[in-house]
Design a protein around this ligand. Sequence first.
Ligand code: PEP
Ligand code: MG
Length: 539
Amino acid sequence: MRRYSAKSVCQGVAVGTIYVYKKGQNTIKREKVTNADAELKRFEDAKRQAIAQLDQLYEKALKDVGEVNAGIFETHRMMLEDEGFNEAIRGIIETQLVNAEFAVARAGDHFAKVFADMEDEYMKARSADVKDISERVIRVLSGQDREISSFREPVIVVAEDLAPSETIQMDRDKVLSFVTVRGSANSHTAILARTMDIPALVNAAIDDLEAIDGKCAIVDAEEGTLIVEPEEDRLREALDKQERLAQKKELLKTLRGKETVTRDGRELLLYANIGSLKELGGVLENDAAGIGLFRSEFLYLERQDFPTEEEQFKTYKTAAEIMAGKRVIIRTLDIGADKKCDYFGLAKEENPAMGMRAIRICLSRPEIFKTQLRALFRAAAFGKIAVMYPMITGLNELQRIKAIVREVCDELDAQGIAYRLPEQGVMIETPAAVMMSEELAKEVDFFSIGTNDLTQYTLAIDRQNEALDDFYDAHHPAVLRMIRMVVENGHKAGIWVGICGELGADTTLTRTFLEMGVDELSVSSGKILPIRKIVRDYP
Ligand code: PEP
Ligand code: MG
């Protein structure tokens, strides 16, 4: 039995087999070979396997996300079968007498560069696809072809670190828990674990990942431990604990269908945070009154190219329809910082959290923003959609947004396309927005406080840097005072004010937020009923 301590980022207990996830290792060695034919055959075999994987992924995506989204795997298959690409690889093996891995990497780099240098935005974006397919073949060649989404039985995923784009692609029915060696409690991967409501640990002090792969383990996120190869009585204890937690959850279910109203008659809007449509099941099960934050950027992160207007429209419309008249607040894309998306072609930055992210991308590249707004406004005709803008610092951005919104409406009018202008709000997640909240409140329908970034920018603590977790005081009086100030300024202008950052789900603060007059809390689905209970007992 081995025991590793870690930091819990989502409570619960999981018992299962460990699956160690490794990122594609890109350092490909150039090795001389004597038998080119054998190497050519290795390449052909690997290609066949890669195609079989793509076919499987296509079938799975077809069921999960529909034909349009599944199309990417068909495109990859076609690229992999492209004669030019294949000839280049064969040529490198035959003329340079080198290993197939090196030949695929070389040809992949060459074709990726050719695409990246093209003028056309669509062709430019194909560069990431070429990299993707060559990495797939290399993974097969080097025996690292296990896909994160391909395990048959549910597993405990253990990794050095996980990017949000990797986490979002996992099949949640197959993941019992996440454990990472690195990662901070405030990273988007931790947030995703909470949205998926699965036990998760970060900062796990595991020295040898290889050694624990495939082993039976317990993730006890209540006490912050990973126990590998537990003894019989420890295993029984964990299963009992799991059972007790399930019973507690069951008990809370009696609160489903009940109002989130205090004893003195004040209603709190209790909404859910989601990153994709897949999480709507949990939202309905936990009886949220709406969606307070749909992180739309995950739609962009789970794919290799920009989602089209039609694809986005379908997603937003589905969310509105499933929520059947309840408010669905969709945040416009917040790409940048830790949420990296290769096909956006963003320059590498020294300080990405303070760089080209969120609304700054949208205002610099209005064609991307307009596509999303068109899809949102069209979908708003099918339900109670509201839109909110991230990373606002003042009135200037809002004026620029409003000008683009007007253009979008004019274009839709001219084309005779049905739409509805939804409620529009801003996220208050920069200290500047707090200081400007009196003025901003007069221009929007609501405020939603993003405490994750607000804490990061107020305390000058990078939320990604796990070494600073000890200094990240989520209850810092500066942040709490800011929340109070924003609520007061919002109410002065007659708008409602909510919190959609992780602090909103902190049950030790629910009573404080009620006392401050916060109107809405948007939290991961698993936190809806525990918070409803506190509200109903207040004061
Ligand atoms: C926040 O910053 O609090 C927020 C809700 O946005 P995100 O965590 O996605 O940056
Ligand atoms: Mg934020």
